[in-house]
Design a binder for this molecule. Structure first.
Ligand code: BGC
Length: 828
């Protein structure tokens, strides 16, 4: 039987607007109203259950975000006895190629007479976030209701839909938010209140409907947040600043602090204590027609002084950094006692939520629902340093918020895009914190889809929203090759490599047209403190991907291609030497330049040691602070450890001066920020043009924490953790080399749920003695690189003394190296 195709509503005429990035941007401000529209596009089908039906299913998808309702009830699925809902369906793919279809069993929800309604908002298809890439075409829907009869064979499928525009959601957009009017007739329960026409087949798309790949977007109930404090305020008072300070009427803290009565014209700011991504769930009592407005912010204005970047009074919501994204919520009450509202067609990146209403209301409760791609969290790490632990928490929240259908740069402003540089820089850290295999496999599909129309270039933003530009840029485009390498190391999924190989070759062919110069150079070491030549970075990344292509070709047994890339890599190396090495020294002398040359093996043997020394000196001379941007920071500590500078890693990790990881922690961060100084207590907010407070790239250091500090590392020769490496690198700094104000890390505990089972690795000092504990999962083995501290030349394993010979091990660079099989060990 022919599958149903997309249908649409002819009245869904989309206004073509100039994209805000193209004209002068008007930044988010409370002076801009969030107007209601006419409602979403609705599709409806009434049906009676045919005789002898044993099961009823709905299969559906949309171009736009869709929600399904049967007889007024939201459709979801049942997991472990509980109802769960796929959020923001059909998630984000390259809609020129594919869209995901969802199937739900609705047998138990059906009655004698049934009405099924789909409501479709613009979403990633034609909302503002699409940048008009698909031409602002109408929203379309595709649904089939399938009845299976008793004999198990006979099936009836209904594919025709009525359509109208309306519903309680008056307007929704991912960037701008949602406007919901609870007074409006429910199209599912009162369809007679609408004028329905036949939906028309929508042929204006090449999009294929396919089964979902990767995890759905879900609410993480275990992470639900409740306000930690509330501040009711009205008007402003003078504090000598440009905007003044909010006039506070009442403050409350602790559980239930949001339960309050808000009078007409008053506002309440709710602090969730954590910059998070999701939406509020609101329970209120209000008279019919009361307009309740919600604003979101990541930070509050600190002084009301404009020169410090404030956009409003001290204590008020700082919303300007959302740029043109309005990020609003409006709820118009039905006046029916306690009313619960959750916006389902958008998401927000926020820590603070402000409510205000045009009549007295009672707030019964407000919860913060966290929504994210439902990937399993696999890694945990902690130390004896509270600030480092906070940093780890900030990194984890960054991943939760930015792994939402696709890996994004940020979750709040008028971007939320799949910027590939951010993706590749963070994927190592992400692969410890969570099982990203399916999530990234799905994204690699998007990468291939987006690449098809771009001469082989990987787009800088995947899925594409900018055609014909912003593609194949150094350290961004290479994500298409670096991410699969990370997946190979962690999960050893041969099919992914096989499936993706031709695409990687297409990218290499694309790069081939530039001789040995490497990819394009739009971004360089983005947001650095010290500029590295962009072409230099491009050549380094070209070498990096040529190396990876040698490895991938060997994995797939493509000897001729491995040879080709070996030759290419040799030529890139020569090109690098000719252009960037003079008299045995690098011409580029930034931290990032040294890091890339070392990381990607671009230095002739004799220059390596000299460059390590030079890099070390540079960092020390810079008062133990980094100067790197996205590119350098992405490999910073990982590379320093690889070249033997573990001690310097600790000095950088524990640095708290600007710029450093703990600097933002000390400025109050609860996520990783876009810039090292996105906010400083001393000078206020950074440049609002680029100032996200949830940008995970600098969180790449978590990869080092797991792989070197705690020492859980995949083995490149045996990927997938069947055999792996345990190489704990304790903080062995001598007092003289510890920057003022730092303490040594004395305890680390980490665990990682690898595909082969749980690995644990921890170390601490007992009476000054280094004690290492590890657990190696059943059926696996680990090469242990045990640091021999305090002149030791043997190891005491579970109480028994072993010499290197007894362990069939060797001593190398101060470490005793030997193999252990499954089990738990204490090694001293
Ligand atoms: C994003 C970055 C991204 C960059 C490209 C920005 O607007 O937020 O994280 O990688 O553009 O340079």
């Amino acid at each position: 039987m022919k599958k149903a195709g997309f249908v649409y509503n002819v009245n869904d005429i989309r206004e073509k607007y100039e994209h805000p990035w193209k004209k002068e941007r008007i930044y988010n401000s409370k002076s801009i109203d969030f107007e209601p529209g006419d409602g979403l596009v609705l599709f409806r089908r009434d049906f009676k259950i045919p005789e002898d039906t044993v099961s009823v299913k709905i299969r559906a998808t949309a171009l736009g975000i869709f929600e399904l309702y049967l007889n007024g009830m939201r459709i979801g699925s049942v997991s472990e006895g509980a109802k769960v809902y796929d959020e923001l369906k059909p998630t984000w793919t390259d809609f020129t190629s594919r869209v995901f279809e969802y199937e739900y069993d609705i047998t138990d929800m059906c009655g004698g007479k049934n009405t099924l309604v789909a409501e479709v908002s613009p979403g990633w298809w034609c909302g503002r976030i699409s940048f008009g890439f698909y031409g602002f075409k109408p929203r379309a829907f595709c649904g089939e209701i399938e009845f299976t009869l008793k004999d198990g064979k006979t099936k009836y499928i209904y594919k025709d839909w009525k359509t109208a525009i309306g519903g309680k959601v008056r307007r929704a957009d991912i960037w701008d938010g949602e406007y919901f009017d609870a007074r409006v007739a429910d199209p599912c329960l009162e369809p007679g209140k609408y004028e329905w026409t036949d939906a028309i087949p929508f042929a204006d798309t090449s999009c294929k409907i396919v089964k979902p790949v990767g995890e759905p977007i879900r609410v993480r109930e275990d992470l639900e947040r409740h306000p930690v404090s509330t501040v009711v305020h009205k008007g402003t008072e003078d504090n000598g600043s440009d905007f003044g300070r909010i006039h506070v009427l009442a403050k409350k803290i602790g559980a239930g602090c949001e339960k309050l009565k808000l009078a007409d014209g008053e506002s309440v700011i709710l602090d969730f204590g954590q910059n998070m991504v999701g939406r509020p769930r609101l329970i209120v009592k209000a008279a019919a027609g009361t307009v309740i407005k919600g604003y979101f912010a990541e930070l509050l204005n600190d002084s009301g002084i404009e020169a410090r970047g404030n956009d409003g009074p001290e204590g008020g919501m700082y919303i300007k950094n959302y740029r043109t994204a309005l990020a609003r919520l409006t709820y118009v009450a039905a006046g029916e006692g306690e009313e619960t509202f959750v916006p389902l067609h958008t998401f927000y990146g926020f820590r603070y939520f402000e409510l205000t209403a045009d009549a007295d209301i009672e707030i019964v409760s407000v919860a913060g629902e966290v929504i994210t791609s439902a990937i399993a969290e696999t890694g945990y790490i902690e130390t004896d340093n509270a600030e480092v632990n906070k940093l780890i928490s900030n990194i984890r929240w960054g991943q939760r918020g930015n792994y939402l259908s696709i890996p994004t740069d940020c979750p709040q402003r008028d971007e939320r895009l799949g910027w590939t540089g951010d993706t590749q820089i963070f994927c190592g850290a992400a692969s410890y914190l969570s099982d990203i295999n399916s999530f990234m496999k799905k994204w690699l599909g998007d990468a291939r889809d987006s690449q098809k129309n771009e001469n082989g270039a990987y787009c800088d933003v995947i899925p594409r929203v900018f055609a014909g530009k912003n593609n194949g840029n150094a350290a961004w485009g290479e994500a298409g090759i670096i991410v699969p390498w990370r997946l190979w190391l962690m999960y050893r999924d041969y099919d992914t490599v096989a499936e993706h190989y031709d695409s990687m070759e297409a990218y290499m062919n694309y790069l081939g047209q530039f001789g040995l110069e490497g990819p394009n150079t739009a971004y360089g070491d983005w947001l650095n403190y010290e500029i590295t030549d962009k072409r230099y970075i491009a050549v380094c990344y070209y070498a990096c991907v040529a190396d990876l292509m040698i490895k991938f070709s060997k994995i797939l047994g493509k000897a001729d291609r491995a040879e080709f890339y070996t030759d290419l890599r040799r030529r890139i190396g020569e090109h690098f030497s000719e252009n960037y090495i003079v008299n045995g020294e690098l011409t580029q002398k930034t931290q990032t330049a040294y890091l890339l040359a070392l990381k990607f093996n671009l230095l002739p043997g004799d220059m390596r040691e000299k460059s390590v020394k030079a890099l070390e000196k540079k960092i020390i001379d810079n008062n133990y602070t980094l100067s790197t941007g996205f590119v350098g920071t992405g490999v910073l500590n990982q590379t320093l450890s690889e070249v033997g500078l573990d001690r310097l890693c600790y000095s950088l990790l524990l640095q708290s001066a600007d710029p450093s990881w703990l600097y933002s922690v000390r400025q109050g961060a609860t996520t990783i920020w876009e810039r090292w100084n996105s906010y400083t207590k001393a000078t206020g907010f950074g440049n609002v043009g680029m100032n996200s407070f949830n940008h995970y790239a600098y969180g790449a250091v978590a990869e080092w924490m797991f792989s070197k500090m705690a020492g859980i590392s995949p083995d490149e020769d045996n990927p997938g953790f069947g055999k792996f490496i345990l190489c704990p690198r304790p903080d062995t700094r001598e007092p003289a080399e510890i920057p003022a104000g730092q303490d040594k890390i004395k305890r680390v505990y980490a665990r990682y749920d690898s595909v082969k089972g749980r690995i644990e690795s921890s170390w601490e000092y007992e009476n000054g003695e280094f004690v290492y504990k590890c657990t190696i999962p059943v059926g696996t083995s680990a090469r242990v690189e045990f640091p021999l501290l305090n002149g030791r030349d043997n190891a005491v394993i579970n109480g028994i003394v072993f010499t290197p010979t007894e362990l069939s091990g060797e001593i190398n660079d101060g470490r005793l190296i030997f193999v252990l099989g499954e089990g738990s060990y204490t090694i001293k």
